[in-house]
Design a protein around this ligand. Structure first.
Ligand code: NAI
Ligand code: OAA
Length: 336
């Protein structure tokens, strides 16, 4: 108890002084590079720590020439480099891991990415246990529970500080709707709930200003499988990186704004959630109000129509399996 409140006080003090170290693990990758650049442009970030198993000193040197006030360092690929990148961090973003190729599902990435995320989570539990962790690496439905299990094993799990980044799904939904309705995407606020893969992604158009769109099966499918569009177009060269960097930078900014005292900051994000716990689904993405200590309020789903009810039902079955797979992985492979 005492340790937790001391940690919270320290984090709050740094935030109140508006000193925010942000760390990117996987900083030299397709997402990591543009994400790091966007974070360098964010005045709320005062120190940017970049880590990767290859190339982060170069990315750090490059970004450090951008003329904004924050300091930037690309750390060596070593346990010491990783520890230093994490130490004192307020927000840690994890895009480290392999992306999909055409024909793969996100779950096909599990075998490679589960151990990458587990090992980075172990380092974070040791060196930055109080940080907000923003998990981008896929399959998010499983990597977030993996991080939770690692933090539980280390005795430092705080469910208010663990976020699966599902922002890209709402970014896409608002963009796709604006194309159909000829509106400005910034005025489109589409709630997307569930998880982050295929049918676990559930847009709730009935709650938007275009309730008619909930029966547009093609649009619903486009939101659910938007990632596949990019994977196909990149034709073997990976998946969404630039739009994902924008979405990740937006999520990090929201976490920092809330940490610095801004009220009413709401983002959809995949968190440990009470909403479907009675059905054995411990993590779920819905609208979450953020505060100085991370998750402040998890909003209920709200009214949905019959079509959306069916989508949620389909979502829960897959999501439960994805979550259980992550939990089982750490139980069987706790790592060194
Ligand atoms: N949450 C979301 O909405 C999205 C998630 N993704 C996921 O993000 C992940 C990264 O995608 P890309 O950046 O395109 O891949 P990438 O292959 O371009 O970059 C990944 C980077 O991670 C690094 N890395 C690998 N193991 C590491 C370790 N142990 N420690 C530190 N760095 C390590 C690699 O060296 C590489 O630079 C993928 O799993 C992808 O599926 C992609 C788009 C959207
Ligand atoms: O589709 C992928 O594999 C990457 C991803 O998560 C997305 O673009 O939403």
């Amino acid at each position: 108890m005492f340790a937790a409140s001391k940690i919270q006080r320290r984090a709050f003090t740094a935030s109140a002084r508006n000193l925010s170290k942000v760390t990117v693990l996987g900083a030299a990758g397709g997402i990591g590079q543009p994400l790091s650049l966007l974070l360098k442009l964010n005045p709320r970030v005062t120190e940017l720590a970049l880590y990767d198993i290859r190339g982060s000193p170069g990315v750090g040197a490059d970004i450090s020439h951008v003329n904004t006030k924050s300091s930037v360092k690309g750390y060596d690929a070593s346990p010491e480099g990783l520890a230093a990148a994490l130490k004192g961090s307020e927000v840690v973003l994890i895009p480290a891991g392999v992306p999909r190729k055409p024909g793969m599902t996100r779950d096909d990435l599990f075998n490679t990415n589960a151990s990458i995320v587990r090992d980075l989570a172990k380092a974070a539990a040791k060196h930055s246990p109080e940080a907000s962790l923003l998990i981008i690496a896929n399959p998010v439905n499983s990597t977030v529970p993996i991080v939770a299990e690692v933090f539980k094993n280390a005795g430092v799990y705080n469910p208010k500080k663990l976020f699966g980044v599902t922002t890209l799904d709402v970014v896409r939904a608002s963009r796709f709707v604006s194309e159909i309705k000829d509106t400005d995407p910034k005025d489109e606020n589409i709630t997307v709930v569930g998880g982050h893969s295929g049918v676990t992604i559930v847009p709730l158009f009935s709650q938007s200003s275009h309730p008619d769109l909930s029966s547009d099966a093609e649009l619903v499918k486009r939101v659910q499988f938007g990632g596949d569009e990019v994977v196909k177009a990149k034709d073997g060269a990976g998946s969404a990186t630039l739009s994902m960097a924008m979405a990740g930078a937006r999520m990090a900014d929201s976490v920092l704004r809330a940490a610095q005292g801004e009220k009413g900051v709401i983002e959809p994000t995949f968190v440990e959630s009470p909403l479907y716990k009675d059905q054995g689904v411990d993590f779920f993405s819905s609208q979450v109000e953020l505060g100085p200590n991370g998750v402040e309020t998890i909003h209920p789903i709200g009214p949905v129509d019959a079509a959306e009810e069916k989508l949620i039902e389909a979502c829960l079955g897959d999501l439960k399996k994805n979550i259980e797979k992550g939990v089982a992985f750490v139980a069987a492979n706790p790592g060194n």
